[in-house]
Write a protein that binds this ligand. Structure first.
Ligand SMILES: [Zn+2]
Length: 222
């Protein structure tokens, strides 16, 4: 018998979050986007008309579509589609080492890392690939790691209504390694613990042991 109780969080997964120009009205045209890349090439000090750079604006705009495809995803919908009855399963569900690539919203520089996502089911479980897709939906946007960690946890809490959610993200920020303070090898760790993972030290310890982190290694986000 599971001793943990349901809980609720005020989710910050507003529909308008990062999707402001989904309607297409405010979105620039492809030509405008390519012109902006040409301007940045000139700003860097090169000639966008030289042969090696002529197709670069087109390639960069294509890459942006891939880097930021998360704006087209609806994170809540990913979890909603396939939930099933748990048949009494009330143990932790954990997806460990979900690799992701994101971009920091301050420098547009890559953030490369891994997410560990766990929840304690109450009534619903979800196909485990959906947790990876959820991480992807938030990673493929302009991000800060703290916000991404909270968004993943809050969306699971809101849609699956589990007894607890734990999200730990470890990532390297290329805006720290290739510019600014130039500190390669630095990994930032953030965590968001909700429900049983927040209130029950044994549940939290079990999760941290499963992802290979000693207790106390987590960095709470308040
Ligand atoms: Zn940055």
């Amino acid at each position: 018998m599971n001793p943990h109780k349901p809980f609720s969080v005020a989710s910050d997964r507003r529909p308008a979050d990062g999707t402001q120009n989904r309607d297409g009205a405010a979105k620039p045209s492809r030509e405008e986007a390519e012109a902006a890349v040409r301007t940045l090439i000139q700003w860097a000090g090169d000639d966008p008309e030289r042969e090696g750079l002529r197709d670069t604006p087109r390639r960069v705009v294509d890459a942006y579509r891939e880097f930021f495809s998360g704006y087209q995803a609806d994170p809540a919908e990913i979890l909603r589609r396939t939930f099933t009855e748990t048949d009494g399963y009330d143990e932790m569900v954990l997806l460990r080492d979900i690799r992701f690539e994101s971009h920091c919203e301050h420098h547009l520089a890559p953030i490369i890392g891994r997410a560990h996502v766990a929840y304690l089911p109450h009534r619903r479980v979800v196909g485990i690939s959906k947790l990876a897709r959820l991480v992807e939906a938030f990673a493929k946007r302009l991000q800060i790691q703290e916000k991404m960690t909270a968004q993943i946890a809050n969306t699971i809490a809101e849609i699956l209504e589990p007894l607890g959610v734990a999200v730990v993200i470890e990532a390297a920020h290329q805006c720290m390694t290739t510019r600014g303070v130039h500190k390669p090898g630095v990994v930032m760790v953030t965590s968001r613990m909700l429900g049983a993972f927040r209130d029950d030290a044994a549940t939290r310890r079990e999760f941290l042991a499963m992802i290979g982190k000693p207790a106390g290694a987590e960095v709470p986000l308040g």
